[in-house]
Structures are given as structure tokens and as C-alpha cells.
Design a protein around this ligand. Sequence first.
Ligand code: G1P
Length: 291
Amino acid sequence: MKVRKAVIPAAGMGTRFLPITKTIPKEMLPLLDRPVIQEVVEESVLSGIRDIVLVTGMGKNSIEDYFDISPQLERFLAEKGKESLLERVEKVSRMVDIASIRQKEPKGLGHAIQCARSLVGDDPFAVLLGDDIIDSRTPCTAQLIEVFERFGKPVVALQEVPLEDVHRYGVVQGEEVEPGVFFISRLVEKPDPDQAPSRLAVAGRYILPPEIFTYLEATKPGAGGEIQLTDALDGMAGKSGIYGLMFEGQRYDTGNLLGFLIANIQYALNDEELGPQLLAYLKNRVLQGGE
Ligand code: G1P
């Protein structure tokens, strides 16, 4: 069955970015001149998914406004003859259809996905976590869909991480069944290094069948006292099996200040216009010994 919907959880308070997140959702922080969430939404569109289910919280209305039309601004740009800006603004509002639902309590990622149940319905769906930006030739979600269509089981994105970092991720135990594709027998959320079944961590991309909701319902609070998607997937792995894919691409974790800065620098360096200027500046700084 085709994957036509994507759930993007966006209810988190963004405490790592306080004080700016007092009034600006962390999803709206900039990656160059666009909000971070646009990168994730574009990945979804490039993977063939235009129906987005946004799980939001208080103070997040600007995300929906951003992807809505803006008649006054569009009229202004048209009257001023600013065609290329108008085109960029219109492109954003035509990109996707967004339905949103509120997660009323901060009970974790698993709970956020549960909140989306009525909007997702009985079809398989993708989950894209907004903190994880993945730069790749084929969009990461499209890579996962390809595996999902062949095996008909849930698929998670995998990447190898240093042992000292496993405590930040869902970590899997699996067997490689074809190059880069793993049959997963167990998942553990945020394990201590000595308890981790491997160094293969779940990056923030998932393709899930609707049966996940039954498993989520039965999931008790886990790591951090939250309902963890990883724990529900562990239940599924034990029953019907799930797969993982070592995706091709570069992942940036924009959920912390350093990762957010690195993503911005990297995207700027890749930009035709900004790249050479920023590189010249950085080289100069390094030659001056960081003065
Ligand atoms: C979440 C998931 C975790 C996953 C990670 C990827 O954790 O719970 O399993 O590995 O995203 O970024 P969070 O970063 O929200 O703590």
C-alpha cells in the first residue's frame, strides 16, 4: 500500500533554545532563510507525500501560518513587481496540505504519534522528526519507502554512532539481510553504553503501518517517564518483525545549538552564492588563529 501521509511531531517546548523559544517555535528557527521544518516538509514532498499531519502544542500556530497562503504579502510583492520573491512565497503555501492536532500533555514521541491516529486513519504513514535534517541525493524517506514496499513491515532509518553517544538514541539489535538492510529483533531507547545491543541508532525517520497504534496503546512509560515509539516498535519487532535501513545521506541534529549551527554552516557552504564568501571568511578566521 502506498505511503501518502507523513506525521511531523512538533509539540516540543524547545527548552535547549530558550529564551528564543519563548515565542518562536524551534521548528521555525532558520536554516539559512527558511525555517528548519521546511527542509523536513520538502523531504516528504520529494518522497511523494503531500498530506502532512502536524502534532503541535501551544504557541505553534506560526508553523501552520507559514505553510498557508498570505494574500496581503502576495499582493504587495505582485504590486512591487518582485516576481522571484513572490514565486518563493507562493511555492511554500502550495507545497503541502496540513492537518494539525494538539498534543495536550508532553508525554513523549510515542504519545505524540498516538495523537495523530484519527488523522492518519488505516494507512501506512511516514514519521519525520524535525530535529533531524538529512541531506541526501535520494530523500531518506523515499529510501525507507522503497524498503517498506518490498518487505511490507515497519522500517526505521539507521546510522552508526560512537558508543559514547548511544544514550541519546533508540538503538537496535539486528542482522544484515542485504547490504544496508537489517532485520531488527530488538530496540532499546536511550541505553547506557554497556547495555546497548549495538552502535546502530535510529535516526528520526520511520515508515509505520497502522498496527503501530495498537502497540502504542499497550506501551507503558519508558525512558524519561515518556511513552516511547521505540518501545512500541520493540513490541512489533518481537511479533511481526521490523526492518532498518542504513540510509545514504548526511544527518544533522538541529535539536541542539551546536548541531543547529553546523547545519547552517554546511548549508551555507553548499549554497552557490553564499558558499564561496563564507568559505573565504572562515579561511581567513582560521589563518588568524581564530582571533
Ligand atoms: C527520538 C527517539 C529516538 C531516536 C531519536 C533520533 O529521541 O526517541 O529513538 O533515536 O529521536 O533523533 P529524541 O531525540 O527526541 O530524544
